[in-house]
Structures are given as structure tokens and as C-alpha cells.
Design a binder for this molecule. Structure first.
Ligand code: AMP
Length: 110
């Protein structure tokens, strides 16, 4: 299933891209929930975390490390930030192409 994130990867629709490499793309969330709110997505479409398997282990790790790198680059690492992946309707997932939210620049409550 094609999602809006596939169209961002293919540049069919614009996004404020902050990082790209062979495996992942990161861009600003269009409706930020924090002063810094980036989405880190794999270029390979995986609909939900339930669809990931051991073949995706390195990719998922790379997404996490990219989130940490972007937190440092955007100046929120020391204060702290939240990394979140939503899965399926009860998890609040809206776009069915896995993505990490990296949010910082404000204090979240537990
Ligand atoms: P989720 O609820 O985890 O599926 O989150 C999807 C996220 O994608 C939301 O935070 C949206 O604001 C964000 N989003 C949807 N469309 C776009 C877009 N075109 N550019 C950037 N972020 C988007």
C-alpha cells in the first residue's frame, strides 16, 4: 500500500527534509507536538512494527541511532527528548509506513 511517506521519499510531495542516507529519510512533522519534531522513516516500506522481522533488525537500529544523531544536531539531546513508534489504531498509528517520532525542546510528562 502506497502512503504519503512513499510520496515524500520519491519527492512527489514536498517535505522539510533534515537527513537522508541510503536507508532512511528524516523530515519535520507537519503538525509538530514539540518545538523539535522529526519523523525518521525507512526508505523500504514496512507498514507496521508488526510487519518487521529479524531481517529489519539493523534497519530498526539505524533508525534509532539516526534519531539520536538528529537530537544532538538539533540541540535537544542534553535536555532530553522522546522517541516513539505508534503501531496500529490503538497505538495511534495514522500513516502505515513505520516511522519514529523524535520530539524534543519541551519537557514531557511521564
Ligand atoms: P502516526 O500517528 O504515528 O502515524 O504519525 C503520523 C505523523 O505523520 C503525524 O505526526 C503527522 O503529523 C505526520 N504527517 C502526516 N503527513 C505529513 C506530511 N506530509 N509531512 C510531514 N509529516 C506528516
Amino acid at each position: 500500500m502506497t502512503t504519503i511517506f512513499d510520496k515524500i521519499i520519491s519527492r512527489e510531495i514536498p517535505a522539510d527534509i533534515v537527513y537522508e542516507d541510503d536507508l532512511v529519510l528524516a523530515f519535520k512533522d507537519i503538525a509538530p507536538k514539540a518545538p523539535v519534531h522529526y519523523l525518521i522513516i525507512p526508505k523500504q516500506p514496512i507498514a507496521t512494527l508488526n510487519d518487521a522481522n529479524t531481517e529489519h533488525q539493523a534497519l530498526l537500529g539505524h533508525m534509532m541511532l539516526t534519531a539520536a544523531q538528529l537530537a544532538k544536531q538539533s540541540g535537544v539531546a542534553e535536555g532530553g527528548y522522546r522517541v516513539q513508534m505508534n503501531c496500529n489504531p490503538d497505538g495511534g498509528q495514522v500513516v502505515y509506513h513505520i516511522h519514529l517520532h523524535m520530539m524534543g525542546g519541551k519537557a514531557f510528562s511521564a
